[in-house]
Design a protein around this ligand. Sequence first.
Ligand SMILES: Nc1ncnc2c1ncn2[C@@H]1O[C@H](COP(=O)(O)OP(=O)(O)OP(=O)(O)O)[C@@H](O)[C@H]1O
Ligand SMILES: [Mg+2]
Length: 455
Amino acid sequence: MRPADLWRHSSFRLALGVTLAVLGALILVGAVGYTVLHRQLADRQDARLMEIFTTLLQSDAADQQDVIEAINARIRASPNQSSIFLLRDAAGRILAANVRDVPIKPGWSTLDAAVLGVQADYPYRVFAGDLNGNFLVVGLSNADLNDLSEIILTGFGWSALAVLVAAIAAGAWIAYRLQRRLGDVTARLQRVAAGDLATRLAVSGRGDDLDLISGEINQALSRLGALVEAMRQVSADIAHELRTPLNRLRIHIEQAARHAAVSAPVEDDLAAAIAQSEAIDQTFSALLRIAQIEAGAHREKFAPVDLAALLGDVADIYAEVAKDAGHRLRIEVAEPAWIRGDRELLTQSLANLIENAIRHCPAGTTILCRVRRQGGQVRASVSDTGPGIPADERDKVLRRLYRLEKSRTTQGTGLGLALVKAVADLHGAELILSDAAPGLRVDLVFRQIVGSPRP
Ligand SMILES: Nc1ncnc2c1ncn2[C@@H]1O[C@H](COP(=O)(O)OP(=O)(O)OP(=O)(O)O)[C@@H](O)[C@H]1O
Ligand SMILES: [Mg+2]
C-alpha cells in the first residue's frame, strides 16, 4: 500500500481523528497544568520577596547603618544580580543599591532588566515600600521561573509529538492490516462475480466484525450455490422429462406423413398429435404456474380461510370418483380451523393430494382426510392405505416432473406434489410425507392461524 493510498482508508482516517482528539486533549491539559504551575511558582516567588522585605524591616530601626550593612551583605551574596536592592533616604540619596536609581512606585511591579540597568534576559519582580522613613526596593529575577516554565512547555511539546507519531504509526499499521484482509475479500468476491460460486471468504477465527460479515457472506454464497444447483437440476429434469412427450408427438406426425404418402387416412394420427401437443401445453402451463407461486405472486390475495370446511368441500367433490375407483373416502373434520391463505391454491393442493391417493393406490384403499388444530398450528392431512412412497424417494417426488418408476404408466405429469410444495412454501407451511404403515400420509402444517372472522 502506497502512503498516498492511506487517506482512502476509513481505518486510517479514524485513527488520525482519534489522534487529533487525543492531541487536543493533551494541549488542553498542558495549558491548564502550565497555568496552574506558573501561578504557584509566581506566588512562591512573591512570598520569598515579601520575606526578604519583612526581614529587613524588622532589623534594628535605630541603627540605620546596620540595615545598610545587611542590604550590602545580601548584594554581595548575589553577584549575578539575581536579587536586587535599592535603599533611598527621605532626601532621595542612595544609601545602598545594586541597580540604577529609577523611580519605582510603591507596592508590587514587574520591571524590565534594561530599566533597572542590569544585563539580563529576564524581567524582575519587585516590591517597594517604606522602611523606617527610607524607601526600600527589593526584587528577584524571573530567570528561575521562566526556566522552569520553559522546561514544562518543552516536556509537554515532546510528549505531544510522541503521541502524534505513535498514533499515526498505529493508524497506518491498522489500515495496512485491514486493507490486506479487505483486499482478499474483494479478490474473492470478484471470483464469485465471475461465476465461481464455490469460492468462500477467509475467516481468521478471531471472531471480529470482519469475520462475522465474511461468515454471513459465506452462508449467503452457500444458499445461492444450492439455489443455482437446484435451478440447474430443475432445468435438466424438465429437459429430460419433456423428451418423451416430444418424441411421442414426432412419432404421431411421422406416422401421419407415412399414411399420407400411401393415401391412407391420417385423421387418427393428427388427433393423437393434437392431444399430445395439448398435454405438452398443459405441462408447460403447470410449470409456469408453479414458478409464479414460487415468485410469491399470489401473496396479496391472502385472506382468512377455514381449512376444515375447505378440505370437507374438496373431499365431497372427489367422493364419487373415489367410490367409482373402488376406494373408501373418509372425512374427519371436527371444528373450524382458520388460517390466512389463498383459497384457490389451497383447494388445488388438497385436490392434488386426494387425486394422488385415488390414482396411485389399488382399489380397496381407505383414504382419510383430516384437519386438526394443535396448539398454535393447523394440521391438514391426507393419508391412504396404499403402497406408499419409499423413504428415500419422499424428497424426490416433490421435484418437478419426478414420478416413481411404477407410476410411469399411470396418467399424470409429476407436477402435482411440486405444486403442493410451492403452495406450502408460499404459506410458510411445512409439507411432511411419512409412512402411514401401510400407505402414504401427507401433512400440511400451517402456523399462520387466525381467529374465526366475524360473520
Ligand atoms: N398417495 C400416493 N401413493 C403412492 N405414490 C404416490 C402417492 N402420491 C404420489 N405418489 C408418487 O409420487 C409421484 C409424484 O406425484 P405427483 O402428484 O407429483 O405427480 P403425478 O401424480 O404422477 O402427476 P400429476 O399430479 O402431475 O398429475 C407419483 O408419480 C407417484 O409415483
Ligand atoms: Mg399427482
